[in-house]
Design a protein around this ligand. Structure first.
Ligand code: SF4
Length: 170
């Protein structure tokens, strides 16, 4: 693969934004940060196709406004950065309050398309759904999936719970 210069190089990769996983050629700098991407003409599936979202990926990744730390809304409407420990503690506390008041079925999880190419994240959501005690776990194809599964979709909850923590004691 051709090198662009002594400071950048090209590497073969793919777009993980959706399940099409189009093949890309990325130009990266010394820090392995994508400077630009272009479709990979030699990819066996996408064969040189990539949509506007995939092509805009370096702009989104390198945008100075990209959120990479927890932000908490302040009384005046602005946002202030907080550390992960505080953010997770406060989210957990508020979730617990919602569950205490309205039950575990009052909360749900939604996984966007990119988790489809991240097995660790995808599987961790099953654990989180089991820990929360909810069967409401949605993905981009949920409505179609529910049509296909029908009532069997309701059987997911006990199985995911047992996968993570074992059967419930009786
Ligand atoms: S380039 Fe577009 S169609 Fe291809 S994986 Fe990325 S988002 Fe999906």
């Amino acid at each position: 693969m051709a090198h662009m210069s002594t400071r950048t190089r090209e590497k073969r990769t793919y777009c993980g934004i959706c399940e099409a996983v189009c093949g890309l050629i990325a130009t990266v700098d010394e820090m392995e940060t994508e400077v630009s991407v272009r479709p990979d003409n030699d990819h066996p599936l996408s064969a040189g196709f990539a949509c506007a979202k995939g092509m805009a990926y370096p702009d989104a990744r390198n945008d100075p406004d990209r959120v990479t730390r927890p932000l908490k809304r302040q009384p005046d409407g602005s946002f202030a950065e907080v550390d992960w420990e505080q953010a997770l503690d406060e989210i957990a506390s508020r979730l617990k309050d919602v569950i205490d008041r309205y039950g575990s079925e009052s909360v749900g999880l939604n996984g966007g398309n990119p988790i489809g190419s991240n097995y660790g994240l995808f599987l961790s959501l099953f654990g989180m759904a089991a820990a929360l005690g909810t069967k409401h776990f949605y993905i981009a194809a949920s409505s179609r999936r529910q049509q296909l599964l029908g009532r069997r979709g309701a059987a997911v909850r006990p199985r995911t719970r047992e996968l993570v923590s074992g059967p419930r004691p009786h």
